[in-house]
Design a protein around this ligand. Structure first.
Ligand SMILES: Nc1nc2c(ncn2[C@@H]2O[C@H](COP(=O)(O)OP(=O)(O)OP(=O)(O)O)[C@@H](O)[C@H]2O)c(=O)[nH]1
Ligand SMILES: [Mg+2]
Length: 299
């Protein structure tokens, strides 16, 4: 397994341009929806978000909540709320949780609304934009929010760059182009988390290395999910893990072999094909077949 792939630069060429675009768009909105992956709320957050968003009001959406551990979802919501950041769990594929968003936006803007009304400005529009790392579900969320309220999409005159706005309710409009932020890849743990969830594509990290590390985590934190998914035997796993003749990494490879045996990932010569096992594990994780799993827990 190669280690050197870890140090790849992650689209730095687009970074400055994207950032300028986001900064320009931010000037047009009152509030930012920051979309995070509920399975990796830390790794899917751009470290510069606070700086980029500045003093704008912010709502966090923990998306793909359907794929994450329900107990951990609740802990994460509480953690954000305890920092005064409204947080909502969503599944942008089915629309679950989406209906809560406009209510939270209105609540967050209540004070501004009253101030505006005191000055005689009634019915002021609240403008919102979505930001998030690639693949976190920005487009899905926009489509969901639009559908739910039978969106009116249209050009608005009077805005310097003609932007598309989607009217969500009487007074909320959503910018229909999301701000794509880059994830942080200088940290190997973050890079792996983004690879497990499919944010970083295969060219960046190799499948075997990613699957090996994922399985290691799953055996520690979600062992029963692995055992059930591949019909493994508890005592075989126990025997591998307590085998003092095996190094720690050999134990995980041994479990990969065991999964390969169970799933028929075997060549004619009866060798387990680790590449195939790796794909099986990664596909099962990403599609939710390994169950609801959170990779970063509140500590
Ligand atoms: N299970 C699940 N899948 C989701 C959810 N939201 C989005 N997806 C899936 O995640 C993938 C990426 O979704 P997109 O909406 O294209 O993500 P994006 O942030 O717009 O991606 P980029 O435009 O590439 O930055 C798609 O396969 C979606 O179906 C969710 O809440 N749950
Ligand atoms: Mg998109």
């Amino acid at each position: 397994m190669s280690k050197n792939k870890m140090n790849i630069n992650w689209f730095p060429g687009h970074m400055a341009k994207t950032l300028r675009q986001i900064e320009a768009d931010l000037k047009l909105v009152d509030l930012v929806i920051e979309l995070l992956d509920a399975r990796i709320p830390i790794s899917s957050q751009n470290p510069e978000t606070k700086k980029i968003v500045g003093n704008k009001k912010r709502i966090v959406i923990l998306n793909k909540a359907d794929l994450a551990d329900e107990k951990e979802n609740i802990k994460w919501v509480n953690k954000f709320e305890s920092q005064n950041i409204p947080a909502i769990l969503c599944n942008s594929n089915t629309g679950e949780g989406i209906q809560k968003i406009t209510g939270r936006i209105e609540k967050l803007m209540e004070e501004e609304k009253q101030k505006a009304e005191a000055k005689g400005r009634v019915g002021k529009t609240i403008r919102v934009m979505i930001i998030g790392v690639p693949n976190v579900g920005k487009s899905s969320l926009i489509n969901r929010m639009a559908q739910k309220t039978s969106a009116q999409v249209g050009n608005k005159p009077g805005v310097t760059k003609q932007k598309q706005w989607i009217r969500l309710s009487n007074n909320i409009e959503l910018l229909d182009t999301p701000g794509v932020l880059w994830p942080r890849l200088d940290n190997q743990n973050v890079a792996l988390n983004l690879a497990y969830t499919g944010t970083i594509k295969n060219e960046v990290l190799d499948d075997q290395e990613v699957a090996y590390n994922l399985l290691k985590y799953l055996i520690e934190e979600y062992r029963q999910n692995v055992i059930e998914r591949y019909s493994l035997k508890d005592d075989v796993i126990e025997a591998i893990l307590s085998n003092s003749e095996l190094e720690e990494n050999e134990k995980i490879v041994e479990i990969m072999n065991y999964i390969g045996e169970k799933r028929g990932a075997i060549t004619k010569g009866n060798n387990i094909v680790l590449e195939k096992v790796s794909r099986i594990i990664l596909d099962d994780f990403r599609s939710g077949n390994l169950g609801k799993i959170t990779l970063e827990k509140v500590n």
